[in-house]
Ligand binder design. Sequence first.
Ligand code: ZN
Length: 81
Amino acid sequence: MTSTQRGYDYRWQKARDRHLRANPLCVYCAKVGKTAAASVVDHIIPHRGDQALFWDEGNWQSLCGPCHSSVKQAEEAVGAS
Ligand SMILES: [Zn+2]
């Protein structure tokens, strides 16, 4: 791993923690009337390496682990088609 990648990871970790503190609940669960603590910050639009999209806080959403897994599986299914 390069130092650039480490810095990037650290910056993301801090940004993610800040977002989770401000948005502590899973947005998917909230939509169906459930309350779950979010543990993941997901990109609403997959950034696919796009830095502008990656760091756009308007493109972030808090998800719990199970919702994040289901989103990622859905995206992978789309990508495979
Ligand atoms: Zn959830």
